[in-house]
Design a protein around this ligand. Structure first.
Ligand SMILES: NC(=O)C1=CN([C@@H]2O[C@H](COP(=O)(O)OP(=O)(O)OC[C@H]3O[C@@H](n4cnc5c(N)ncnc54)[C@H](OP(=O)(O)O)[C@@H]3O)[C@@H](O)[C@H]2O)C=CC1
Ligand SMILES: Nc1c(N[C@@H]2O[C@H](COP(=O)(O)O)[C@@H](O)[C@H]2O)[nH]c(=O)[nH]c1=O
Length: 353
């Protein structure tokens, strides 16, 4: 469900207009292990041929998406121009290097808005120049930076992108006084949560949730079958855990014996995790929030009122309103800021900073 439909203008466009289109296209994607990226192929007169974007880690990059469209429709790409919101990657990870694919296709001119400084992917511009492609950069740089600012900060800090998920009652409780919490939200909201799990490299809960809920932490379809990519299950906390917990039934599980979010993030990053979903409980979510380590917040709200119980977020050391954590509806990317899922609401929030 795209936030807005992409309009592809006809006729001759300026370089800036073509980059604008690449940036608009990037917003159709999903941010997570990878940033939002869009790419436009145009002929030398500035007429749009194909528009591509990245749909999340593991799927083709924006350039590859545009090139695949060209291949499918038989477009001759020799001498064409490409406008892309991020410098093409120069490495083979989950997909092959875009720099080579662009050069192989015969593109003669490439303009990227901002460079890719990430350790693994850097070097695309130099490679393209070595293959005789004219490369320029900097069009609409500020807008391109704004779209992925938080993602670049996480990449620079060499830590995973962090999505926190909370499912609460209207008055903010994630469990009743007697500890019961299954289920606060309905089936549609929970299915949405499972889709999210599928996109993440790892999913994390605290030791208390691991014991109290005994969750499986797998990504499942509506029939309850494990589906698609299964994230690494991570449990954060120092205590010894019973070996018969449901989460240990799978081999992709890791306990990080620390209470410090940064230690956990370092450990996960070193194991290749680039997108972490923090599912709770409140002690763990609060620890990430306190250190400003939540990049996006998905808050599911059920039309239930408890009046008492466990709150979704614990004490953050804030005693006055002016110090409140500020969040805003995330208008960027494919996940709409506010949606209804059955009887529940889902807010997609970004830190306001
Ligand atoms: N509705 C929802 O969205 C969700 C609800 N829940 C509910 O939440 C409840 C459990 O929440 P909660 O008690 O907060 O448990 P947590 O799952 O957050 O685990 C807390 C435990 O983790 C360890 N720990 C890890 N990091 C820290 C830290 N920074 N500071 C302190 N301790 C840390 C400690 O144990 P150790 O001694 O091992 O270090 C601590 O006791 C359950 O009732 C569960 O049903 C849970 C998840 C989602
Ligand atoms: N109670 C609650 C949630 N709880 C989360 O789901 C976990 C259970 O995972 P699993 O055993 O894999 O189904 C649980 O430990 C907690 O992290 N999630 C929601 O979307 N809505 C809810 O009402």
């Amino acid at each position: 469900m795209p936030a807005k439909t992409l309009e592809i203008p006809g006729g001759k466009l300026s370089g800036e207009q073509l980059m604008q289109l690449a940036l608009d296209a990037s917003l159709q994607g999903i941010r997570g292990a990878n940033p939002l990226v869009g790419a436009v192929l145009a002929n030398s007169r500035g007429e749009v041929l194909h528009v591509g974007w990245h749909r999340g880690a593991g799927s083709p990059h924006a350039e590859a998406d545009a090139l695949a469209q060209a291949r499918a429709s038989g477009t001759d790409l020799r001498g064409t121009h490409m406008y892309v919101s991020l410098e093409p990657c120069n490495h083979t990870a989950r997909t092959g290097p875009c720099s080579r694919a662009v050069a192989d296709a015969g593109v003669s001119y490439l303009h990227f808005a901002i460079g890719d400084e990430t350790e693994d992917a850097a070097g695309g511009a130099a490679y393209l120049r070595s293959r005789g492609v004219t490369v320029e950069s900097g069009l609409l740089k500020d807008r391109a930076e704004k779209i992925n600012r938080r993602w670049f900060a996480a990449a620079e800090a060499k830590r995973p992108w962090v999505t926190a998920k909370i499912a609460s009652t209207l008055d903010g409780f994630i469990a009743a006084e007697d500890g019961s919490s299954q289920w606060i939200t309905g089936t549609q909201a929970r299915a949405d949560g499972h889709e999210l799990r599928q996109r993440a490299d790892a999913i994390l809960v605290g030791t208390q949730t691991a014991v109290t809920d005994n969750p499986r932490l797998s990504a499942r379809d509506s029939a309850g079958r494990e589906s698609g990519n299964q994230p690494l299950r991570v449990i954060m906390g120092e205590r010894d855990l019973p070996e018969d917990l449901a989460v240990f039934r799978d081999s992709k599980v890791l306990q990080v014996r620390s209470r410090r979010p940064r230690v956990v993030l370092n450990e996960l990053y070193s194991r290749g995790v680039r997108h972490l979903m923090v599912e709770g409980g409140p002690t763990v979510v609060s620890a990430f929030l306190r250190e400003n380590l939540v990049d996006e917040l998905l808050w599911y709200q059920a039309p239930k009122v408890l009046g008492a119980g466990r709150r979704g977020v614990g004490d953050l050391g804030i005693s006055t309103l002016s110090e409140a954590g500020q969040w805003e509806i995330d208008q960027l990317g494919m996940q709409p800021g506010l949606i209804q899922l059955g009887e529940d609401l889902r807010l997609h929030l970004a830190p306001r900073n």
